[in-house]
Design a binder for this molecule. Structure first.
Ligand SMILES: Nc1ncnc2c1ncn2[C@@H]1O[C@H](COP(=O)(O)OP(=O)(O)OP(=O)(O)O)[C@@H](O)[C@H]1O
Ligand SMILES: [Mg+2]
Length: 300
């Protein structure tokens, strides 16, 4: 078993470039649009569970089930319905041992490192879409993950470090594609955390990326805007951008309505930022681009 035809890995060799935020929001929007979606958190930081809120609810096993599946071939049982249509395999602290589990297999140069692909194959066919949130790694770990994927999306910021991270991914991509997984394709590069007003920086970054990629990968039209306050609140409260936007505007309605009656609110949304209303729109538009590219390349 090698690549899973419905699997997209979100990867960049650099940390903090939006891999998890993009994975969570694309997953939530795709699920809301009727796709059966599974997310898999391959990062010991476990941030995907925080963005989706299941960690705060006490539902994360910190990667125990995923490690058992990768190490011993146990069948995965994802958390069901973390959103309607969206299931999740949690990551977390226990994923720290992933390299130790993979090492014996990686040492055998005659066999491709299919441990992650094999673990995901036990559940992938139950879903239309499987999204892998990768750790900020390159090298053999990333390669073992990319063997499991059919497609790759590379989020990047504008700083040099993120762009170097992209080069690390490109190296792993080339190695995996030429050896173990010839089906692997880049769906595109996603620009993340750009100030809307900095149109010149955005244009320069896009142009430089397109030149450096030399046709090897498209750059998505959508840019995820900078929204620091909203993104901090979202991660703390386990909300996706569209949910945050909804909560922010209902808080506004609440403030008007509270003179008349009390509403029970799940979140202390009174401090939510209104200025981030475009963030949900950005994710909506990026998801549309990713799903269109996925459908086109997958022949569906
Ligand atoms: N639109 C945004 N604007 C500014 N900052 C953001 C935005 N969205 C998320 N962030 C913040 O940027 C940081 C990095 O985001 P994220 O965790 O998604 O990146 P990552 O690539 O998964 O990081 P890691 O490599 O550590 O897993 C987080 O602190 C997050 O809260
Ligand atoms: Mg992450």
């Amino acid at each position: 078993m090698t690549s899973l035809t419905n699997t997209i890995a979100f990867a960049n060799g650099k940390g903090g470039v939006g891999k998890t935020s993009v994975t969570a929001n694309v997953a939530g929007i795709a699920a809301l649009s009727g796709w059966q979606v599974l997310t898999v958190d391959l990062d010991p930081q476990g941030n995907l569970g925080t963005d989706l809120g299941y960690t705060q609810n006490g539902d994360s096993d910190q990667g125990a089930a995923l490690m058992a599946a990768i190490g011993d071939g146990a069948k995965l049982k994802p958390l069901r319905n973390v959103r309607p249509g969206l299931d999740s395999v949690p990551g977390g602290d226990l994923m720290d041992g992933l390299m130790t589990v993979l090492a014996p297999r990686l040492l055998d140069e005659t066999a491709p490192a299919t441990a992650i692909a094999d673990a995901l194959a036990t559940v992938a066919e139950d879903y239309d879409l499987v999204l892998l949130d990768c750790p900020p790694a390159g090298g053999v770990l990333l390669e073992a993950i990319l063997i499991a994927a059919r497609f790759l999306v590379v989020p990047t910021k504008r700083d040099l470090g993120s762009l170097h991270g992209l080069v690390r991914v490109a190296r792993s991509f080339a190695s995996v594609r030429s050896h173990d997984n010839p089906d692997l394709e880049v769906l595109g590069v996603a620009l993340f955390d750009f100030a809307r007003q900095d149109t010149r920086i955005l244009a320069d970054t896009r142009e430089r990326l397109i030149r450096n990629l030399a046709g090897a990968a498209p750059v998505f039209d959508t840019v995820i805007r900078n929204a620091r306050k909203a993104s901090t609140d979202m991660r703390r409260d386990g909300l996706l951008a569209f949910e945050y936007e909804e909560a922010a505007s209902s808080a506004l309605r609440h403030r008007v309505a509270e003179r008349v009656w009390e509403h029970p609110y799940r979140f202390s949304s009174n401090g939510y930022s209104k200025s981030a209303s475009g963030l949900a729109e950005d994710y909506q538009s990026l998801t549309k681009e990713i799903l269109a590219a996925f459908a086109e390349r997958n022949g569906s």
